[in-house]
Design a protein around this ligand. Sequence first.
Ligand code: NAD
Length: 351
Amino acid sequence: MLKIGILHGDDIGLEVVPEAVKVMKAAAAKTGLQVEWLPLPIGKQAHELHGHTMPDVTIEALKTVDGWLQGPIGHNAYPRDDPTWINPPLRKKFELFASVKPVKSYPNLPSVHKDVDIVFLREVTEGMQSSSVVFAGSGEFRPNDDISIGMRVVTRKGANRVAREAFEIARTRERKKVTSVHKEPVFRLVCGMFAEECRKVAAEFPDCTFEEVLVDGFAMKLVMKPQQYDVVVTTNQFGDILTDEGAGIVGGLGLAPGLCVGANQAMAQATHGSAPDIAGQGIANPYAMIMSGQMLFEWLGRRRSEPKAADAAQRIARSMDRLIAEAKLLTADLGGKASTSQMGDVVAAGV
Ligand code: NAD
């Protein structure tokens, strides 16, 4: 029995997360996978109920689950003086160290490139994001009005575990190729340590191909010939930029799912925000949230050696591929006229 939390978030989170849950429940029913679903408040709803957008009751409950679905937080949905900053501290608290982001093109959807199938892994608990690099206080400071200083942290543990996850994912894929992206010749210590750990892990995976590419050249090659990449692993700030570039070459935010993984838990979270401009109209594209849930099942299947979860993940992926290939019931951002729930219904029916 798996236990999965449901955190809707705000705005279109209230529309796309239920579609992901609907599809996951349908796939679980088909495979006989037992799941206990646990709805938990965050964002505006939590602020109204508990006076806090990420209340202790939710944090405590998350400690008991195998993974959770998290909708986007709409920062305009609640008062600006709320002290909560949700995503980076949450990743740090639960040691969700890798943000896994697939970038996949579809033959019949508009995109800059075709035949792209990349999985990015961005380290998200250290690097250059100020909240990630220190236990208390901020990793940035301004000693006088003319100088601002920011820290960048790389640890052997952090680099090793994200590299290991990258190779484990590569092993499940056809090309079995990992590209480590860094800038060691310039950032000799921080990128150097990241590169060293990637090389160490690569030696343990002789069945996978390994290459290293400097980040500036990689950014250019990704735009020109993204088809050459399979699994790409990189540090926090480089990954922040490259994953958006990746989403851009295959069609944008509506098609960008994600999973933040830790040693024992994972959080399914689409790249997009809460899209207040289209909230409440039933037109948000549920693809990214549904496929984030699909990734959670796939990860649980691998990590918990739970073949029913792996089967459920494959069913969702196949059903989504069929829906897109038929191109009948797509949301407006993909050129169709379907509503959020119509698209979810078809994927759920096809698992
Ligand atoms: P956004 O991703 O919400 O929206 C950008 C554009 O993409 C909008 O035009 C929107 O309508 C469109 N879009 C986004 N998701 C879509 C979907 N599933 N289907 C169809 N169209 C979609 O980014 P934003 O407007 O910069 O931010 C809105 C709010 O979301 C802000 O409060 C921001 O802070 C927050 N945000 C939260 C997260 C998160 O919680 N993970 C991430 C990014 C932004």
